[in-house]
Design a protein around this ligand. Structure first.
Ligand code: ADP
Ligand code: ZN
Ligand code: ZN
Length: 734
């Protein structure tokens, strides 16, 4: 092969591919996945990755030579690139966008052979300055370290380090050292696997019988039914057979918890973690260790599906219903579950999905494939708390006039007085829901987005939850000039203040995404709650997940209707999942739990089934509605959003595309697979100053239909002022 296609990361340009000549002496040595050094314009030699070869150059290109191969061991394989190619095609986006999301580009810049390490070789520090001694003492405790990192830690310079090297105290080597294992492994002690209960054992055996199935296997088990212990047993078998395991959790905090639990069962050495927030250095280390097959279990969040784990024998996706598995912005808008399925096929490995509230589509397909296993009781028969309903329609009665009804207040008091803890869910952040003029009814909207501004009591500002714009509370109505503006509805901040007023002697804290501005604030608060240092935790859906605190006996949902009223085809499913999950936080230990839902719609089916925590019944009703309107799983939705700062131009280009799509569909005979709806203004018709129009394509689950759309999308060119976002299998259509 005469030419190599290499990937470079250039300041200002981003990640791009270019062709280079493979010189004679590198013929047969250059391989896909290797890091190389290439000349690039005025920047001189830069790092790059080989991603392909060809015998020809694209027309009009004059190629330069690859300067040298930095590391003969590749960092990824052809198979890996094939997976990325498949992802690009499935999500109707280009290969480089996917590469960019999948491979941490810092890997190029921080290449192993160019990184130095430093080690202490003489610990007789006599005659040195105080400062020099400090640096060397630190190196003594740290041991052999990557040079750059050590310099940062010791707050010293390269010049100082060089001097110490010349004086014979330290040695700077061109050898690579892995960073210390992550701090999350502190205090981890290995413990044996539990003996499975008879229920767990039979599910485990059932799943084992299905491991050859090419289709995903679903483990539907209620909260605390013991799913994780079943996973562990399966993992053990896979490890014993010599293969490796990828285990995904929907978010970083859960992935960290899981990693610790895995390390306790299988040993620190074999386990690694991967998510978007580990440092580039750690990513580099893990990447290399994965590629060298030194890691047996990789735990991680969404992006872990792109980590180059070798020899996969099982993929587990826990809490598979979570929206966090899908990247919504920017492209590639991939769903880790979909990619994992493909990855599993590549490795001929089984994909096991687990949840207490499975995604309706997952459940539907698993049922059709006879691949469902259920554990509908908690481990040890601990009772699931039965939610009770507080009908807020009885508002006329004094007891229900407060946002926190009298019955709920009584239960809170009883729980805390008994030394127990309480979770209060309010799935909306901010103080109120909207600000309205009482004279003319106008609601104050964000100037750039078509949604109401939300009052935040902590910063004393109105905030937009879409573009983060802030403004002070207006003195007069922007419409009629009246000064009768007031806040309505409630959010977490109001609930927090109210609870503190009602129970001044209790310890109350709030968790929602507003506190995430402080790093780790959320993890710290959860830790305090776990230790019993908080009596009442108020929060959004962030507190509905994963919390396993046996001392929580009461869960109160302030407004159980919030999720159901969203105009989206998944609203019932999301609402059902949230209520069921939060109810699962109560009574996990030896104490009986109580769950109270405050609602104005006590008869709604999704609410009723959440109340009885009856997934199967919810599914039966929901799947009929999906079928009637041809929504997933009965079709695949491909959503196109065209946006522009000019409303008219956005609409015009959306109409043109829709028309072209309809014409082409008819011309090429694809009408039996594809249906094009719209364009219509999006429900949120403006975000960040951009007017939004959407086209929905419903594909009748055919590969042909999908390929047709993918090809069509590749050919679209748009004027500069129009943006197009393609979202395959969107989470919502708002
Ligand atoms: P899930 O993953 O379904 O939420 P877990 O696997 O976390 O449930 O189990 C809930 C609790 O029960 C955990 O504290 C777990 O350690 C315990 N548990 C589950 N299975 C067993 C078992 N076979 N023996 C002992 N304890 C178990
Ligand atoms: Zn007004
Ligand atoms: Zn806005």
């Amino acid at each position: 092969m005469k030419y190599a296609l290499v990937l470079v990361n250039i300041k200002g340009l981003g990640v791009k591919t270019f062709s280079y000549i493979v010189p004679d002496e590198m013929q047969g040595i250059a391989k896909i996945g290797q890091a190389v050094l290439v000349p690039f314009g005025r920047q001189g030699l830069i790092n790059a990755f080989v991603v392909g070869f060809s015998d020809y150059l694209p027309e009009g290109i004059r190629a330069k030579k690859i300067n040298r191969i930095l590391d003969e061991t590749p960092l990824f394989s052809i198979k890996y690139l094939k997976l990325l190619e498949w992802v690009a095609n499935y999500y109707c986006t280009d290969f480089v966008t996917v590469l960019n999301a999948a491979i941490p580009m810092k890997l190029i810049e921080k290449n192993s052979k160019t990184e130095q390490s430093v080690v202490l070789i003489n610990d007789n520090f006599e005659g040195l300055t105080k400062r020099q001694k400090e640096v060397l003492e630190l190196l003594k405790t740290e041991g052999k370290s990557p040079l750059i990192e050590f310099e940062e830690k010791a707050k010293t310079t390269r010049a100082t380090m060089k001097k110490l090297a010349e004086a014979g105290y330290v040695k700077i080597e061109l050898e690579y050292v892995y960073r210390n294992p992550l701090t999350i492994f502190k205090d981890v002690e290995v413990e044996p696997l539990f003996e499975l209960s008879p229920d767990q054992q039979s599910v485990y055996e059932g799943i084992k019988d299905k491991l050859k199935s090419p289709n995903p296997i679903l483990l539907h088990g209620v909260t605390a039914s013991g799913k994780t212990e079943v996973y562990f047993k399966l993992i053990k078998d896979v490890l014993d057979s010599g293969k490796n395991v990828l285990f995904m959790a929907p978010e970083i905090a859960l992935a960290s918890q899981l990693t610790k639990r895995l390390a306790r069962k299988f040993g620190i050495k074999d386990v690694a973690i991967w998510h978007s927030s580990i440092s580039d250095g750690e990513k580099y280390d893990v990447w290399q260790r994965l590629y060298n097959n030194e890691i047996r279990i990789l735990a991680g969040a969404r992006s872990a599906v792109f980590a180059p784990l070798q020899n996969i024998g099982l993929i587990i996706i826990d809490e598979e219903h979570e929206g966090a598995y899908k990247q919504t912005n920017p492209a590639p808008r991939y769903d880790a579950r979909v990619v994992a399925r493909r990855l599993a096929q590549f490795h001929q490995a089984p994909l096991l999905l687990g949840s207490a509230t499975p995604d309706v589509s997952t459940y539907y397909f698993a049922q059709n494939n006879n691949n469902i296993f259920q554990m509908l009781k908690r481990f040890n028969n601990a009772p699931l708390a039965k939610p009770e309903v507080i009908n807020m329609q009885e508002y006329g009665k004094a007891a229900y006039r407060s946002i926190i009804s009298k019955p709920l207040q009584t239960e809170i008091k009883e729980a805390v007085e008994n030394g127990k803890q309480v979770i209060l869910l309010m799935n909306r952040r901010g103080f109120s829901t909207y600000t309205q003029c009482k004279a003319c009814g106008t609601v104050v909207e964000c100037p750039d987005c078509s949604i109401p501004m939300v009052w935040h009591a902590d910063g004393k500002k109105l905030k937009c939850h879409y573009c983060s714009k802030e403004m002070s509370f207006p003195d007069f109505c922007p419409q009629c000039g009246s000064d009768a503006l007031s806040n309505s509805g409630s959010g977490t901040q109001k609930i927090e203040i109210l609870v503190k007023e009602l129970f001044p002697e209790y310890r109350v804290e709030r968790i929602d995404s507003d506190i995430l501005t402080k790093k780790n604030a959320h993890i710290e608060l959860l830790g305090k709650f776990q230790k019993g240092e908080i009596d009442i935790l108020v929060g959004t859906q962030m507190i509905a997940k994963g919390l396993d605190n046996p001392n929580v006996t009461l869960v109160g949902v302030i407004s159980a209707d919030t999720g159901f009223s969203v105009p989206d085809f998944r609203a019932s499913e999301r609402g059902f999942q949230l209520l069921t999950q939060v109810a699962g936080r109560a009574g996990r230990g030896e104490y009986k739990g109580k769950v109270l839902f405050q609602t104005y719609n006590p008869d709604y089916y999704a609410f009723q089934t959440a109340k009885s925590q009856n997934y199967n019944k919810f599914f039966e009703t929901e799947i009929k509605a999906r079928q009637e309107f041809d929504y997933p799983p009965f079709s695949q939705i491909i959503r196109l959003i065209l946006s522009s700062q000019n409303n008219f131009r956005a609409e015009k280009s959306a109409m043109e595309i829709a028309m072209r799509l309809t014409t082409m569909t008819e011309k090429f005979g694809f009408t039996e697979y594809l249906e094009t709806l719209g364009p219509t203004p999006c429900i949120i018709s403006k975000i960040n100053g951009y007017y939004r129009f959407q086209i929905l394509i419903k594909n009748k689950l055919s590969q042909k239909g999908h390929d047709f759309v993918s090809k069509f999308m590749n050919k679209i060119t748009l004027p500069k002022d129009i943006k197009l976002a393609i979202d395959v299998d969107p989470l919502d259509i708002l």
